[in-house]
Design a protein around this ligand. Structure first.
Ligand SMILES: [Zn+2]
Length: 121
């Protein structure tokens, strides 16, 4: 099994331990300067990550639009256009078939029992 190793300075949480006054020994959470214990999972920190993702998504869309408009070959332009359409909710139609045989059989059974109960009354 893996034994615990102190994180390198670049991977280490920058917060100070309240009890010891020394720097925290935990790994910082990806995208944060601190570990989960020192606030990486707080709503404020999460909203920071959300903002970073929104910014990255904005940049990713710019890349796709630019690819759609300027790619050298038609296949790449079409691939970018499809990716944009898919993410915008205009992807190809998908057919989902749900069979209800088991449910119908169960309903028949229940209806038969009800009919029998009514005959007994
Ligand atoms: Zn920490």
């Amino acid at each position: 099994m893996g034994s615990w190793t102190r994180p390198s300075s670049e991977d280490r949480c920058t917060a100070k331990s309240k009890q010891r006054g020394a720097q925290c020994d935990r790994y910082k959470t990806a995208g944060h300067g601190v570990c989960y214990y020192h606030g990486a999972e707080s709503p404020q920190a999460k909203s920071k990550v959300d903002r970073l993702f929104a910014l990255a998504a904005d940049m990713a869309l710019d890349v796709l639009v630019s690819e759609m408009e300027q790619a050298d070959n038609s296949a790449d332009r079409i691939r970018a256009a499809r990716a944009i359409l898919d993410r915008a909710g205009y992807g190809p139609l998908r057919r989902i078939e749900i069979t209800t045989d088991a449910l119908e059989k169960e309903l028949e059974k229940v209806n038969k029992e009800i009919a029998e109960m009514e005959l007994d009354l």
